[in-house]
Design a protein around this ligand. Structure first.
Ligand SMILES: *Cc1c(COP(=O)(O)O)cnc(C)c1O
Length: 485
């Protein structure tokens, strides 16, 4: 084969590809800059769904044609998390620098499992920044993860192995002197239950403790449950406190749980997926006091820090305890720290989690934090909390609307209730109202059910939302509510 027909996966025509890349950047910037002008949600038409079911092509297509397909079939039906009235479930709204960094990370394509190169140092710096931000010691270890689900899983693995009173990593759960149990409130995020199940403890291994009226864990009930379980031959090993519950944004009493864990010899883990980064906000920081005493913490950077998906982080106070759960070094991964070659890397993140090959997700975090500085992230968080209370005030001022729970952080649960309707019809009305709000493309809150009451739930983790956006949603909810009742 002659040199110029040698086949690779590189562009056949570099100039054309470069031009196409510039078009992609232009289109992507147009998309982001006009994000508030389009409906907040556009369902995928049936014919597009059908088109996305074909078999894999065995031959090539022109790059420009592939891109046209993206423009026609994918881009318009995106989940527009970047829209100023996107308040569904709990997401972030992205940073432009973060998106560009993801492109650069993919172009550089390093493997951040370990090895002596620059990317692990970048990730280490990001983790040091987060350690300091959270008030953890500089010696704590950390790992960027896909999100809080993996961060919680990683931390709970360490908690189980470190604090069950025997060598759980070696001997497995069958050798446990009794059923191992972790504790959290009934408001705990489901990913923690999945983690406990995957760790071999069964769903019964996660003891769900009742909550107070404000949806924080009932500490007396926690104490009673741990005591009863010890008497019943169980082995309590961990309490999971939540800093910002998914339903209502409640923050468990961190200081009290830290004290309790000290007294009882329990591992103190914090699921801070939503609220941990709110230490940056002046109007939230005091509520998180005690979080810095945790043995481990899981947080999300793709929620209230708006880093493009996926980006989460786990931090463990005692680094050796962390690597004791995950380090496993066969000959093909041996390090040669003194050797000076590529194997002389000092930072091997594969010692701190399940993954070996890891993407350069640190770059988008590093570049976004450099661009904005932590203080601006803090101001965005503080404003969302103020907006939640602004929305709450609009709801309180409307006789047809009611708050369904105390406002926690940036989460507002409410419903349309004109009075005189039975509970079932009221739930049905609000369910229908939400669908109309979303399909109308107006605003995208989601929903939850509290004490049997179906309600709308706005999670205002959005740096593009303006106060007028809440006025608009409230007007529309009232208009739709009247139409439906
Ligand atoms: C979102 C969330 C999780 C799961 O995080 P992912 O990033 O979606 O994996 C865990 N806990 C809480 C409290 C959350 O809000």
């Amino acid at each position: 084969m002659s040199k110029d027909t040698f086949e690779t996966l590189d562009p056949e025509n570099w100039d054309e590809m470069r031009e196409l890349a510039h078009r992609m950047v232009e289109d992507a910037f147009d998309y982001i800059q006009s994000c508030g002008d389009r409906p907040v949600w556009t369902p995928v038409p049936d014919e597009v769904s059908e088109r996305l079911k074909g078999a894999a092509p065995t031959g090539p297509s022109a790059p420009a044609e592939v891109y046209e397909e993206f423009l026609a079939n994918i881009m318009p039906y995106n989940l527009h998390t970047n829209h100023p009235r996107f308040w569904a479930w709990y997401m972030g709204s992205g940073t432009v620098m973060g998106a560009m960094a993801d492109f650069l990370a993919a172009m550089l394509n390093p493997n951040v499992g370990g090895i002596n190169h620059v990317a692990p140092r970048v990730e280490q710096q990001v983790i040091s920044w987060l350690n300091e931000m959270l008030g953890f010691p500089a010696s704590a270890s950390g790992l960027l993860t896909s999100g809080a689900s993996m961060a919680n899983f990683t931390a709970l693995t360490v908690a189980r192995n470190a604090n069950s009173g025997y060598d759980a990593r070696r001997e497995g759960v069958l050798a446990a002197p009794g059923p191992l149990t972790a504790y959290a409130s009934t408001e705990i995020h489901s990913c923690n239950q999945k983690a406990v199940e995957t760790l071999g403890l069964g769903s019964q291994g996660l003891r769900k403790v009742p909550v107070n009226d404000d949806y924080t864990i009932d500490l007396d009930a926690l104490r009673a449950q741990v005591e009863a379980d010890r008497e019943g031959g169980m082995i309590p090993f961990c309490v999971i406190a939540t800093a910002g519950t998914i339903n209502t944004g409640a923050i468990d009493d961190m200081e009290a749980i830290a004290d309790f864990c000290d007294e009882e010899g329990l591992w103190f883990h914090v699921d801070g997926a939503i609220g941990a980064v709110a230490v940056l906000a002046d109007n939230v920081r005091p509520l998180l006091k005690g979080m810095e005493r945790a043995d481990s913490i899981a947080l999300d950077l793709h929620k209230w820090m708006h880093i493009p998906f996926e980006a989460g982080c786990v931090i463990v106070r005692d680094a050796p305890t962390h690597s004791d759960s995950f380090s496993l070094v066969p000959e093909y991964l041996q390090r040669d720290v003194e050797g000076g070659g590529m194997a002389s890397g000092k930072i091997w993140f594969s010692d701190y989690g399940l993954q070996l090959t890891r993407q350069f997700r640190a770059l988008k975090v590093w570049m976004s934090i450099k661009e904005h500085g932590l203080d601006r992230f803090g101001r965005m968080i503080a404003r969302n909390v103020e907006q939640a209370h602004y929305l709450g005030d609009l709801i309180k001022a409307s006789p047809e609307l009611e708050l369904a729970a105390p406002i926690g952080l940036d989460i507002v649960c409410f419903r349309y209730n004109p009075g005189g309707m039975d509970p079932e019809s009221l739930n049905a009305l609000n369910r229908e109202l939400l669908v109309k709000l979303q399909t109308g493309g107006i605003a995208a809150p989601s929903y939850t059910t509290l004490h049997g009451n179906y309600c709308l739930r706005a999670a205002i983790s959005n740096h593009r939302s303006r106060y007028e956006d809440f006025d608009l949603m409230v007007e529309e909810v009232i208009r739709l509510g009247r139409q439906l009742s």
